[in-house]
Design a protein around this ligand. Structure first.
Ligand code: SF4
Ligand code: SF4
Length: 384
């Protein structure tokens, strides 16, 4: 049985965020249950890319500040880390992301140490149980006494939802991430990589989700902010995700990236195994990604034509494109032409990394059928 605590929190005002977290931790015995004086505590944030805090793509800096202050009050050292996705000029943009997302500023103000996972080197986490042949995660996690996972509540164009389980993909440093996307080209198989990562980490007892302003629509970077006003807390990342998914109005069985984690028992999933405490509610009019409809239809065998009808593909909008080539360098199968930005759909694996990583939102998701957007809008209302 796992507990998931949901607390209302209307905005990022420091006292309010700290109070929501402190009250939310009470049913788990408080933060001191996990942290001892002098211990090294890493806050694993969502720093997907160089996005400003108000875009709701990254864990909000004021959320990180509040958690870090509470940890510091217990006499522990605070570290904040992640590895951003994609590549700009052949490098993961983590350093830039710390600055743009406002994390560098709060770290300076509060005396937290930033850890760029791309710079500290990886450690092998090989295991016979792993789906991946070679699993390397950042050394930073290994070197800490405690890791607290601080995911952001968001939709995801490929995986429908991204939260506590998916946030650990950032534990894979730098450009290695592209290899895992290439080797796991659909959400269900990609979920095996996430399960491998969770199985390999044994010092992460707590997950605190920033759902104060969450992301709806075409997440994880190109969606719109949604003022959900929630903080979710649990020792169990899978149970936390289940509750967040329900609150966003997504059918839990539609989230393929979590299937491996359910099968391999990284946490509780069934409603009777999860005790929900606090301010749970289904959020109204939460906009889901366009791919939600094709994901639903996929469940019925014999409807491939329907899936193809709804399927979205990435298309570069050359009017918005600033020619940074991040999508070109990040595409795991080199499907994007450097000069024209045309995508070779015969080799594209639908990972949507290009959509996720373009920092000026120049990669649109489009159907080849003009009627689809109308049908999808109507269908989304009924399929929630
Ligand atoms: S679409 Fe253009 S701006 Fe966006 S990542 Fe690709 S090259 Fe950069
Ligand atoms: S073109 Fe985009 S969606 Fe297709 S494989 Fe490359 S990064 Fe993934």
């Amino acid at each position: 049985m796992s507990k998931v605590i949901v607390k209302n929190c209307s905005d990022y005002e420091n006292d309010r965020v700290k109070l929501a977290i402190l009250e939310g931790l009470n049913p788990l015995g408080g933060l001191s249950n996990y942290i001892k004086e002098g211990s090294k505590v890493l806050l694993k944030i969502n720093l997907i890319g160089p996005k400003k805090a108000d875009r709701a793509a990254t864990t909000h800096p004021e959320f990180v500040r509040a958690v870090g202050q509470l940890v510091k009050e217990l006499g522990a050292e605070v570290y904040v880390g992640d590895s951003s996705g994609g590549a700009i000029a052949g490098m993961a943009p983590t350093k830039k992301s710390f600055t743009v997302a406002g994390i560098e500023r709060i770290a300076e103000e509060e005396g937290f140490t930033l850890i760029n996972f791309d710079e500290v080197g990886p450690v092998s986490k090989q295991s016979d149980e792993n789906y991946t042949e070679e699993l390397f995660i950042t050394k930073a996690i290994e070197e800490m006494d405690v890791v607290i996972n601080l995911p952001k509540m968001k939709t995801h164009a490929m995986g429908i939802y991204t939260g506590a389980v998916k946030n650990l993909f950032g534990a894979i440093p730098g450009l290695r991430k592209a290899k895992y996307h290439r080797d796991a080209p659909n959400p269900e198989v990609f979920g095996e990589v996430l399960a491998d990562i969770h199985k390999s980490i044994h010092n992460m007892p707590l997950h605190i989700m920033d759902g104060i302003v969450s992301m709806q629509g075409e997440g994880p970077t190109a969606g719109k902010p949604y003022p959900a006003g929630k903080v979710l807390i649990s020792e169990d990342p899978l149970a936390l995700d289940r509750i967040a998914i329900e609150m966003m109005g997504i059918k839990p069985e539609r989230v393929d990236i979590l299937k491996a984690s359910i099968k391999r028992g990284i946490g509780c999933w069934e409603p009777q195994e999860i005790e929900v405490i606090g301010d749970y509610e289904v959020l109204r009019n939460y906009e889901l990604p366009k791919s939600y409809v094709s994901n639903v239809t996929k469940d019925n065998s014999g409807v491939k034509g329907v899936i193809d009808f709804f399927k979205v593909v990435p298309v570069v909008n050359t009017k918005k494109c600033v020619n940074c080539n991040s999508c070109v360098d990040s595409c795991p199968v080199s499907a994007i032409d450097r000069a024209t930005k045309k995508i070779d759909y015969s080799i594209c694996i639908d990972c949507l990394c290009c959509h996720e990583l373009c920092m000026v939102e120049a990669v649109d998701l489009k159907s080849k059928n003009v009627m689809v957007n109308v049908v999808r809008s109507v269908a989304n209302l009924f399929l929630k």
